[in-house]
Design a binder for this molecule. Structure first.
Ligand SMILES: Cc1ncc(COP(=O)(O)O)c(C=O)c1O
Length: 361
């Protein structure tokens, strides 16, 4: 499909932030966005245009029934000056997985990638170079049909926006976070939407996250609905590290998002770079493992969170489990360093992991 350009004149564009600005995460926007519409069974009107509000009807399905999905991807500026997107093709496939679950139309993965690459090409200057920073890419789709009956929309908008961002947790890799293990809140139930990146999963997680914050924790570590197994945190998959350095990630299921970071860690293990595997993680043995020292490190994996070590787990009754010495462990730090080096081009990337943004003009 032809992608049209409706760009701001250069003298009307905002300048990217300087190197000394604290970017925060997901706060800043660039000058333009990508947008296209779906109607009568086809995507049309693909365009890169100035960042601006949408005009949608008050009865739009997305506003009432949450038919919305999204992705989170990162691009990095490498030393040769080129911008490279990390594993965006897998995100494109996952967006279509979410679309299937939410009864939305697929977006051809090649079209998703071209939209992202053409938008980044226009916004090249916005890809930050500061350590631990990246150009965060947010593709999303929402239902626009003006109808109050509960059924899938027949019209949609797909959009991509960009945000030059620093680390998700303000202190980045330098400080371990705390997670609340809470048996009262659940993120997802079997047969539900847990493996989709849909707005409802995140809206439903806010109350639990507020509870976590009130107890000094960054996020909730969710359990399965009968509170026997660890699943994942609010915006990252979970891992723990055994004494021999093996990373153990809870098995994917229809209640867990298939984290592309976890998949990448497992691929590094397949290539023999590290030791990692997936298995079901029963809660009680996990807590015992922390107390006994069999579990020496733990943390979260995610595009935004990268590798975020967890130093403490607190339970609803106030019990605190400290992992190792509560700090950032050497295995987590080594994996973070290795993973970031691959993303930023300081170490060679496995075949196909990075895609260079072409210079279209
Ligand atoms: C609920 C949830 N789990 C896991 C992840 C990590 O997934 P990924 O590594 O693909 O970013 C995320 C973040 O995207 C998330 O929101």
């Amino acid at each position: 499909m032809q992608i049209a350009y409706d760009l701001l004149p250069r003298n009307k564009r905002q300048s990217p932030p300087g190197r000394d600005v604290n970017l925060g995460f997901g706060l800043l926007r660039t000058n333009h966005m990508f947008q296209m519409e779906y109607a009568d069974g086809v995507w049309r009107n693909a365009c890169i245009l100035p960042y601006q509000p949408f005009s949608i009807m008050p009865g739009a399905v997305c506003l009432h029934y949450g038919q919305t999905i999204f992705e989170g991807i990162k691009a990095f500026r490498h030393e040769d000056g080129e911008i490279r997107i990390f594993r965006g093709d897998i995100n494109a496939d996952r967006l279509n997985h979410s679309a299937r679950i939410m009864c939305m139309p697929p977006v051809p993965p090649d079209l998703q990638m071209e939209a992202i690459m053409r938008l980044i090409d226009v916004e090249r200057d916005w890809c930050p170079v500061i350590p631990e920073s990246s150009l965060y890419i947010r593709p999303f789709m929402f239902a626009t049909m003006d109808a109050l009956g509960v059924r899938p929309s027949t019209t949609y908008v797909f959009c991509v926006i960009l945000s030059p961002s620093g680390p998700y947790y303000a202190r980045g890799i330098s400080e371990a976070i705390t997670l609340l293990i809470n048996k009262s809140f659940h993120r997802a139930a079997p047969g539900g939407t847990g493996s989709a990146k849909c707005g409802g999963n995140y809206g439903a997680s806010l109350r639990a996250a507020e509870e976590a914050h009130s107890r000094g924790a960054s996020q909730v570590l969710y359990l399965n609905t009968d509170n026997t197994r660890i699943e994942e945190a609010g915006s990252m998959n979970h891992y723990h590290v055994l004494a021999d350095g093996t990373f153990v990630i809870p098995t994917f299921s229809d209640t867990v998002l298939r984290s592309i970071t976890s998949l990448s860690v497992l691929e590094l293990a397949e290539a023999g770079e590290i030791k990692a595997r997936q298995e079901d993680i029963p809660l009680e043995p996990f807590l015992k493992g922390i107390s006994s020292g069999d579990i020496i490190e733990a943390g979260g994996f995610g595009t935004a969170a990268v590798v975020s070590p967890v130093g403490r787990y607190c339970l609803e009754d106030g019990t605190v489990y400290t992992v190792g010495d509560g700090g950032v462990g050497r295995h987590s730090l080594a994996l973070y360093t290795r993973y970031s080096a691959i993303q930023t081009g300081k170490a060679p990337a496995p075949e196909g992991w990075l895609r260079t943004v072409p210079r279209y003009s």
